[in-house]
Design a protein around this ligand. Structure first.
Ligand code: PEP
Ligand code: MG
Length: 923
């Protein structure tokens, strides 16, 4: 009985807590605090926290995100008690401010703002100056002694409320905003440039025009009742959670739609009451570099939206920044001082107070803050603080500096940078400050940014590049013949292909900017142009490519070059000291190996030997080998390739001296190597001393319906043993030569696409016999890739013959999902959009399906051979979420393309520190 009563009591308490929908803040008190983000939204939680700290925050209250969910699921109705709670809280605000809502003699005005648990800047709606009507505006004029200000506030309110709440918007994308149009007309009539030059009478007339506009367009009067205004605005802000902008932003930033937004109702303070008023934004550090300098901008006699709208040139907060700004803009010191003084000079007391509050907030939150403030008649008010958005460079610098300043410990600092952002630091990036509209977009296959003139063939790319013209190679898709053109181009764009298509894999291994699968793009080789909807881009036109976002722009956008400071290495050394996963590179050339080592690779986890054959003088020898009729013909072709292979292996092993280099034996999907065009066939036939028809017949005999499931990987090794024998010999000889020089080469041999234990048994025995011949007793580990579901399911049997496993999750994804890696670009985006798949499974491991196979294989392998080395070398090895899975599954290492090494180092560290954290939080 007692227990039941206790349960009932607990239930009652819970019910009572849920009955509270509104949280007050102001006057040094607050019912909420910063930990209540989910309930109060980021803005509400921080306003409460600041009020609790005794900072000058205009009083107000937050209606919780629970109400947003209720409103959505109850036909846009509110919980029963909400009205009373809002009335009580409004009365509290009135008492603190000493003015009453709707009182014609001393009206209280409020702002009504959104505020979600995660920052969604500018995505939802806001209404300012609420509470004004034809009578209260007169009261405001009397109270402020400033009629112009009162009518300016009223016209702003009419404009904002009509747009946000009443839905009075331009009727089409091309129609100008009718309110802005009226304002412009008025300025023109009066012969003035700025709206601050309009008189009280002008603004009175404008208010009349605005009200008339509402009447004409909506067939109703502008609501005069402040209560009605308030409730309508609250509803509009809740509804704006589901406006298209907010929905898209949530999708792009992984913000769950069930979170909802809170609504903050807060007493207005005015930065536009006269020359001793201002409004602005301050950062506790420079958000672009992370440097520890107080930074920000403000406008005298203005409201917050003016700063955002960029109507007037904002002034700098500090004197030093103001002088620097004037120097850069060629403005003489006297003019700067007179027309654009810093806040430090203009309102020194407010400046000092703001600076000290900023320091206090940064110390309190232990993170860089972005603070919105208003100065009303020389009195400072803080309207908002939040963890500042920052560039990747700034994020690293701030994290390192804050550890030095003892504000953070190293482990916390490691979570202040998103792993994927690190990659951006290594590449140039496009300057998007002018917000250009992309021409089209595809999949972001290889990051970085580049600009160039469009060309449509590898030959042209090479020719133009030789003459010093930067080019972007645009193809329907790429094949090995295009390698030299890809090499010469600044960037590669393809209309087809997925994240692990040929172009994507090769471009990443070259560290070259690449966008694949631009579905809207129609390439017309004949006319040397491509079309995107009604736009045409011709050969020679400039385009700019962003390989990090997949966006393509017309013209030449400015580029920022990458810059790595000492902080970058220090930060990553902290990551290294906590991670347990090894981080190796996928690298096929000595340059890539050297680059990878510089970026912290602890060896090579995948050296794809077929990539070494892509160069023009080699590809013919490979073709000769593939097309040979008998082992003798193949041996002859292989003899040509052997010295090149040995030379490459020697240089790669040298670049990774003392570190393991996993060399994968040949795995060419044959179709990638066969000649396609008539020209290529003629050319090759001539070189091989055959007729074109004979060559065509041979090629056709090799035709495969599904080359990705065809005669590739170890199947080639089983049927043409001389190929792998040549490769193993080249590895062994390169190793022997380096050892003779006193180096410490550490090769490992990896057999691809194994599905049956016997494949590995046979190939291992052959490889061992060649190794013995060249290296005697010295041991070279031999392992296999697990890239077929069958291999994962019989991993214990395969483990008998393997020294290590490396999960080839590109093929494992392709074969488990039955989705071709080359064609996925066509339909996967829609699968992601329709939430059939959470993400592109060729980028982030499909944990449910492919992940289950990996776990099975790990369990079986470890049971059969405890301590066996296990890793991953599919493209997922550089994806933070997949890296976390690898850590949790107990793999020993991940291997990824060189530029993803820093990403993997940090992701591995975060996984090691917070195994329980589902998703680390970032600023
Ligand atoms: C894989 O399949 O994951 C792999 C690394 O091999 P490739 O991409 O060369 O097929
Ligand atoms: Mg593979």
């Amino acid at each position: 009985m007692k227990a039941r009563h206790a349960r009932w009591q607990a239930g009652k308490t819970r019910a009572r807590v849920r009955e509270k929908h509104v949280y007050f803040f102001g006057g040094g008190k607050a019912e909420g605090n910063a930990t209540m983000r989910e309930l109060l939204g980021g803005k509400g939680a921080n306003l409460a926290e600041m009020a609790g700290l005794g900072l000058p925050v205009p009083p107000g209250f937050t209606i919780t995100t629970e109400v947003c969910r209720y409103y959505e699921t109850h036909g846009q109705r509110y919980p029963r008690t909400l009205r009373k709670e809002v009335e009580e809280n409004l009365a509290r605000v009135e008492r603190l401010v000493g003015r009453r809502f709707g009182d014609p003699s001393a009206p209280l005005l409020v702002s009504v703002r959104s505020g979600a648990p995660a920052s969604m800047p500018g995505m939802m709606d806001t209404v300012l100056n609420l509470g004004l009507n034809d009578r209260t505006v007169e009261g405001l004029a009397r109270l402020s002694g400033n009629e112009r200000f009162a009518y300016d506030s009223y016209r702003r309110f009419l404009q904002m409320y009509s747009s946000v709440v009443l839905g009075l918007k331009p009727r089409s994308e091309t129609e100008p905003d009718p309110f802005e149009e009226a304002l412009e007309r008025k300025k023109k009539d009066r012969g003035v440039e700025l709206d601050t030059d309009l008189s009280a009478q002008d603004l009175r007339e404008l208010v009349e025009e605005f009200r008339d506009l509402v009447r004409r367009r909506l067939g109703r009067e502008f609501p005069q009742d402040p209560e009605e205004q308030l409730w309508e605005a609250i509803g509009a802000v809740f509804r704006s959670w589901n406006n298209p902008r907010a929905v898209t932003y949530r999708r792009l930033n992984d913000i769950p739609s069930h979170w909802g937004t809170a609504v903050n109702v807060q007493a207005m303070v005015f930065g536009n009451l006269g020359p001793d008023c201002a409004t602005g934004v301050a950062f506790t550090r420079d958000p672009s570099t992370g440097e520890k300098t107080f930074y920000g901008e403000f406008l005298v006699n203005a409201q917050g939206e003016d700063v955002v709208a960029g109507i007037r040139t904002p002034q700098q907060i500090t004197l030093a920044a103001s002088r620097e700004w004037a120097r850069r803009n060629g403005i003489p010191e006297e003019i700067r001082k007179a027309r654009y003084p810093s806040l430090e000079e203009y309102l020194p007391r407010s400046y000092r107070e703001l600076r000290s509050i900023a320091q206090k907030l940064e110390r309190h939150y232990r993170d860089m803050q972005d603070i919105e403030f208003t100065i009303e008649r020389a009195r400072l008010w803080v309207l908002q603080t939040r963890n500042a958005k920052r560039t990747a460079r700034a994020a690293v610098r701030v994290a390192v500096d804050m550890v030095r300043e003892r504000l953070l410990d190293r482990e916390t600092a490691l979570f202040r940078v998103k792993p994927e952002d690190l990659e951006r630091l290594l590449h140039p990036s496009l300057d998007l400050s002018a917000s250009p509209t992309p021409l089209t977009r595809g999949l972001p296959a290889s990051p970085g940014a580049a600009r160039g003139r469009v060309v449509f063939s590898a030959e042209e790319a090479e020719r133009e590049a030789r003459e010093g013209t930067p080019v972007v190679l645009v193809r329907v898709e790429t094949s090995p013949e295009d390698i030299h053109g890809m090499h010469a181009a600044q960037a590669i764009v393809t209309a087809r292909g997925g994240m692990t298509s040929h172009a994507a894999v090769v471009a990443r291994s070259m560290g070259k900017c690449c966008v694949v699968g631009c579905g809207e793009m129609e390439v017309d080789y004949g006319n040397q142009l491509f079309r995107v909807r009604d736009q045409v881009v011709r050969r020679g036109d400039w385009i700019s490519v962003d390989g990090s976002t997949g966006e393509i722009f017309r013209g030449q956008l400015p580029l920022h070059e990458p810059e790595l400071g000492a902080e970058f290495s220090r930060f990553l050394s902290w990551a290294d000291s906590v991670r347990s996963l090894g981080v190796l590179a996928n690298a096929d050339t000595p340059e890539a190996a050297r680059e990878a080592r510089k970026l912290g690779a602890e060896g090579i986890g995948l050296c794809r030997t077929e990539h070494m054959f892509f160069e023009p003088e080699r590809i013919d020898a490979v073709r000769e080998m593939i097309l040979a009729d008998d082992p003798e013909g193949r041996r002859r072709a292989l003899e040509k390739l052997a010295p090149m292979q040995k030379g490459d292996f020697r240089e790669i092993l040298r670049a990774m001296d003392g570190l393991p280099v996993t060399i994968r034996l040949l795995d060419p999907p044959l179709h990638e190597f066969l000649p396609n065009t008539d020209e290529e066939i003629q050319d090759l036939a001539r070189k091989l001393g055959l007729s074109a028809d004979a060559l065509r017949l041979k090629r056709d005999a090799l035709f495969e319906f599904n080359p990705m499931l065809g005669h590739r990987g170890c199947r080639l090794g089983i049927t043409f043993p001389e190929i792998y024998r040549m490769q193993v010999r080249a590895i062994a000889e390169a190793t022997a030569e380096l050892r003779a020089e006193g180096a410490r080469p550490m090769p490992e041999i990896m057999i691809p696409l194994v599905g049956f234990a016997d494949e590995l048994r046979i190939l291992r025995a052959e490889a061992e016999s060649v190794l013995r011949e060249v290296l005697g007793k010295a041991r070279v580990p031999i392992g296999t890739m697990i890239e077929l579901p069958r291999a994962a399911l019989v991993a214990d049997r395969i483990a008998q013959f393997a020294d290590f496993f490396s999960f080839g999750t590109n093929d494992l994804t392709q074969t488990t999902l039955g989705i071709s890696r080359d064609d996925a670009g066509k339909f996967l985006p829609e699968y992601v959009e329709k939430k059939i798949l959470p993400k592109d499974p060729f980028v982030t491991l499909d944990l449910e399906g492919v992940g289950a196979l990996v776990r099975t294989a790990v369990e079986k392998a470890r049971k059969a051979k405890p301590g066996m080395k296990l890793g991953i070398c599919g493209e997922h090895g550089g994806d933070p979420e997949s890296v976390r899975f690898c850590h949790e599954t107990g793999l020993d290492y991940v291997s990824c393309s060189p530029f993803r090494i820093p990403v993997a180092r940090l992701a591995a560290a975060q996984a090691a520190i917070a195994p329980a954290r589902k998703k680390p939080r970032h600023p």
